[in-house]
Ligand binder design. Sequence first.
Ligand SMILES: *[C@@H]1O[C@H](CO)[C@@H](O)[C@H](O)[C@H]1NC(C)=O
Ligand SMILES: *[C@@H]1O[C@H](CO)[C@@H](O)[C@H](O)[C@H]1NC(C)=O
Ligand SMILES: *[C@@H]1O[C@H](CO)[C@@H](O)[C@H](O)[C@H]1NC(C)=O
Ligand SMILES: *[C@@H]1O[C@H](CO)[C@@H](O)[C@H](O)[C@H]1NC(C)=O
Ligand SMILES: *[C@@H]1O[C@H](CO)[C@@H](O)[C@H](O)[C@H]1NC(C)=O
Ligand SMILES: *[C@@H]1O[C@H](CO)[C@@H](O)[C@H](O)[C@H]1NC(C)=O
Length: 360
Amino acid sequence: MAPLFYTFTFISLLAIVSNSVFAEPQVPAMFVFGDSLLDPGNNNNLVTLAKANYYPYGIDFPEGVTGRYCNGGTTADHLSELLGLPLIPPFNNPNTTARNMLQGVNYASAAAGILNNTGRLFGNLFSMDSQIQNFEKTVQEIESIMKSETKNLIRKSLFYVSFGSNDYINNLLIPFSESSRKYNPETYTLLLVQEYRRQLQTLYDLGARKFLIGGVGPLGCIPNQIGNSRGKSDKCVESTNNLASQFNTKLKTMLQDLNTNLPESHFLYWDVYNMSMDIINNYSQYGFKYPLRACCGAGRDKGQILCLPILPMKCQNRSDFVFWDPYHPTDLFNSIASKAAYNGTLQNYFPINVEQLAQL
Ligand SMILES: *[C@@H]1O[C@H](CO)[C@@H](O)[C@H](O)[C@H]1NC(C)=O
Ligand SMILES: *[C@@H]1O[C@H](CO)[C@@H](O)[C@H](O)[C@H]1NC(C)=O
Ligand SMILES: *[C@@H]1O[C@H](CO)[C@@H](O)[C@H](O)[C@H]1NC(C)=O
Ligand SMILES: *[C@@H]1O[C@H](CO)[C@@H](O)[C@H](O)[C@H]1NC(C)=O
Ligand SMILES: *[C@@H]1O[C@H](CO)[C@@H](O)[C@H](O)[C@H]1NC(C)=O
Ligand SMILES: *[C@@H]1O[C@H](CO)[C@@H](O)[C@H](O)[C@H]1NC(C)=O
């Protein structure tokens, strides 16, 4: 008993000391599930082409190169800071031990999707189903320390989940893919939302209650889609945006249904699509100069070739850009987006934000 007692005293002392500097965490922990938009380096030691653990990724991040697909922090990083939490550690890292899982773990994996076969052309990854299995391992680790308090911790924690982009870009939209032969956009979207529903319900069954679900952004506006399209430069690809909208519409309905049917659950939908379109359309009001062009990359709109160390690194003014590389937004975009989710309006039909969700 004694060591446990001292440990708790030590943690409370730390809390008192750090409270003078940092705000009290508004949730005990945050668990993050997603793709490269949220990956903190879980793919670094997997056999895959989908990793970003090289310069200039991380050029503006306090910890430098970590595997994050950004010059700075992801929305998971910015949200954890706004919630008064430390940086959430990656699941797939030997330094992440039971003790530093108590304020959350990030399972996100670049190229991953709702479906197991999404993103496989890059190599290994943690699909949503395997991210959930990894969460179950975390629960066991936390139980070894928190014992019966574990249930309470999970119930109060925030589950930030964001999937779907790769299920389109790195699955359905790949020419001659199995999915594009088996499904049309409509039946494919139904399949995605049905699988996603099962996955979210599994997290609920494991005790999760507070969910922030990121919708899919305007996929037709990412420099990769624009650069590879035969359309006009600096113009979003409408057909791809329509796919994203279709998915979001069905996702919203599914989440409303879960809210109704799963007692004490709170599924908060984050309208990333609308928010991104607002920033892209009104970019100068947000301080950006280039809404549809990658800061680091090459080819048309700098969207056709990835941001690589061998390329001359010409991107000095990162905060002039909405997009950092052909697929991922900059730190400044992520920071603006996270603040809006935290205490702004996430969408205009369900009047609650992350700060209020945390307080529930
Ligand atoms: C683990 O932490 C040590 C010390 O901070 C660091 O040197 C090492 O690179 C880390 N390992 C991984 C895989 O991140
Ligand atoms: C996806 O893969 C995981 C892990 O390999 C497996 O447990 C799960 O059943 C698979 N999901 C589907 C829908 O096949
Ligand atoms: C952003 O742009 C859209 C259309 O381009 C416009 O309708 C909207 O009012 C703008 N929003 C702001 C905050 O200016
Ligand atoms: C970066 O911004 C500064 C100040 O606005 C400007 O003088 C410079 O030309 C910019 N550099 C590039 C490469 O755009
Ligand atoms: C939102 O939160 C930030 C950071 O805590 C704070 O500075 C800002 O005043 C808040 N805005 C509103 C509208 O509450
Ligand atoms: C998205 O924005 C459009 C135009 O600004 C608005 O009409 C629509 O209601 C918004 N959708 C949601 C779900 O907030």
